[in-house]
Write a protein that binds this ligand. Structure first.
Ligand SMILES: CC(C)(COP(=O)(O)OP(=O)(O)OC[C@H]1O[C@@H](n2cnc3c(N)ncnc32)[C@H](O)[C@@H]1OP(=O)(O)O)[C@@H](O)C(=O)NCCC(=O)NCCS
Length: 412
């Protein structure tokens, strides 16, 4: 099938066609026998990904439909080529979505594309000597997202967005070590500078310059905050002997009153560009303090052994569950609250995923009165929303010097 025919059948516009045109001839040459469409391959790597048998059966059904569409199969091979074989490899975000496919086939298309990279991951782990249990734990994340797809759409599969996320697992950029996932290649580009008092050991974060905060000391968000009244803008000034700025309290609220730190006594320990380990939390059950502490300990050892050159300074995490407003609605024993208290919170922009994460992807379409209220978190979050609250994003850091996890180093 010609490139023009694939473009037409896939419904791509000129720009999209131009994006995927490179390497068409190279992928044409190798497009005969697609190894990752073979049942044996799929069963082997789906077992590594811990895909449930009933989900795998649905994938096979969708694969039969997909295989009857020659243009889709050719596109699938071309995308595999661009991701894993091309001289200049693509990242999934560069691939135009396979939009003409039905949801089940589309789910199968992205599932197969991700699975087709799993042998790369196995080879990488062998080459680098990463432990086999880390390989299994990391690659099993696919099953979480296949389940998610099933819950949202009624059949097993993956979205193009999740293909992008799983690429990090395949290329050794994300590792699950115990309960949590960690990304080693991250730089601290957040909007605080962190200082430590060399005499007392106290840690203090200062806001970056020029950020607007609301009256409460949360980042001013035009989509949430009704007006600019009471809001204020942060300032941060350095002199050779001091730094003056707006302190961020460890619970993430920023104060409008400025303070000056004597830099003879307060050393900067974290700022823009510093190497940090980014934490993610997969949906695999509760995250107890013990599990997180164990996971953080494993991560430190793993990074020291396999990424010593990166010289990480801190863990960082950005998430809907780091919204400091949860303190108002959840009890002190909630794992979310205990997770927040393990680190130093600070404001982080971007829309919070709380509503979809707590009530499901379609929650935005439900009225406030129809939100599911089964778990205590759902009840508390629904009450917060009904009273007019809006969830915000949040972030936290934990300096590696301040481990162990859970010692509440930053709070009195
Ligand atoms: C983060 C997560 C592990 C926290 O779960 P947890 O450890 O049980 O958290 P808590 O102890 O604070 O909450 C306990 C209660 O909230 C419920 N709960 C926790 N997360 C929930 C969620 N996403 N949706 C609905 N209810 C949830 C629990 O079932 C429990 O309910 P119960 O008291 O009625 O038994 C969980 O929300 C999760 O897996 N989320 C999906 C992954 C995610 O959002 N990761 C972050 C990406 S940035």
């Amino acid at each position: 099938m010609t490139f023009a025919k694939i473009v037409e059948k896939s419904g791509f516009n000129e720009d999209e066609a131009a994006l995927i045109a490179p390497e068409w001839e190279a992928s044409e040459k190798s497009s005969g026998d697609i190894f990752f469409l073979k049942d044996e391959f799929i069963r082997k790597y789906a077992a590594l990904a811990e895909i449930k048998p009933e989900h795998l059966e649905e994938i096979f059904q969708a694969k039969t439909a997909l295989e009857s569409d020659a243009a889709a199969v050719r596109l699938l091979w071309h995308y595999h080529h661009l991701l894993y074989r091309a001289e200049k490899k693509f990242v999934p975000g560069q691939l135009p979505p396979a939009k003409r496919l039905q949801a089940a086939e589309s789910g199968c298309f992205y599932f197969l594309l991700a699975l087709s990279g799993y042998p790369e991951a196995v080879a990488l782990y062998q080459r680098k000597g990463y432990p086999e249990n880390v390989l299994k734990d990391t690659l099993s994340d696919m099953s979480v997202w296949v389940e998610h797809y099933k819950n949202q759409l009624g059949f097993a599969g993956l979205t193009s967005r999740i293909l992008g996320w799983l690429e990090g697992h395949i290329h050794g950029e994300t590792f699950r070590l115990g309960r949590l996932q960690f990304k080693p290649y991250c730089k601290f580009f957040d909007r605080v500078e962190v200082y430590r008092n060399i005499k007392t050991g106290v840690t203090m974060a200062l806001s970056a310059d020029g950020l607007r905060y609301n009256r409460q000391g949360l980042l001013y968000e035009p989509g949430i905050d009704q007006c600019e009244c009471g809001s204020w803008i942060s300032a941060l000034q350095h002199t050779p002997a001091s730094v003056t700025g707006n302190p961020v309290a460890p619970d993430g609220y920023v104060k409008s009153e400025q303070i000056t730190l004597d830099t003879g006594e307060w050393k900067k320990v974290l700022s823009e560009g510093d190497p940090v380990i980014d934490i993610h939390i997969p949906a695999i059950g509760p995250m107890t303090v013990e599990a997180c502490a164990d996971s953080a300990g494993q991560a430190v050892e793993f990074m020291k052994k396999y990424f010593p050159e990166l010289k990480h300074r801190a863990f960082v995490c950005e998430s809907w569950l780091l919204d400091n407003q949860f303190e108002q609605i959840l009890g002190p024993d909630s794992n979310i609250i205990l997770f927040q208290r393990a680190g130093y919170l600070y404001p982080f922009p971007h829309k919070s995923e709380a509503v979809s994460r707590i009530f499901g992807e379609n929650a935005d379409k439900l009225g406030l009165d129809s939100l599911p209220q089964k778990s205590s978190l759902q009840k508390a979050a629904a009450g917060f929303l009904i009273k007019g609250g809006t969830f915000r994003n949040g972030a936290m850091f934990l300096m590696l010097d301040d481990l162990p996890w859970g010692s509440n180093k930053y709070r009195n």
